[in-house]
Design a protein around this ligand. Sequence first.
Ligand SMILES: [Zn+2]
Length: 84
Amino acid sequence: MSQCRHCSRSAEFAVVGIVSTLRIKPRLQKCSRSEAFCKNCLRRLLNGEIGTASTLLGPVNDAYTELCRQLRQRSKANSKIESD
Ligand SMILES: [Zn+2]
């Protein structure tokens, strides 16, 4: 049973963010880790009453960082193929 990240009661919702590339094929997509919240805390969070922007954006930021790392690896792999 997931617990609410804010109040530790049992969570009713999980929030995830997805970062995906546009205009780059094949598309790279990265899902953030999910953050669980009870209904009350999620409502308050979205109203700006609790938490900070990083409560939801922190995991998205991590997903974005990972996506960028994969993009760099891919472009390195591609440039190797081209130079051969
Ligand atoms: Zn809660």
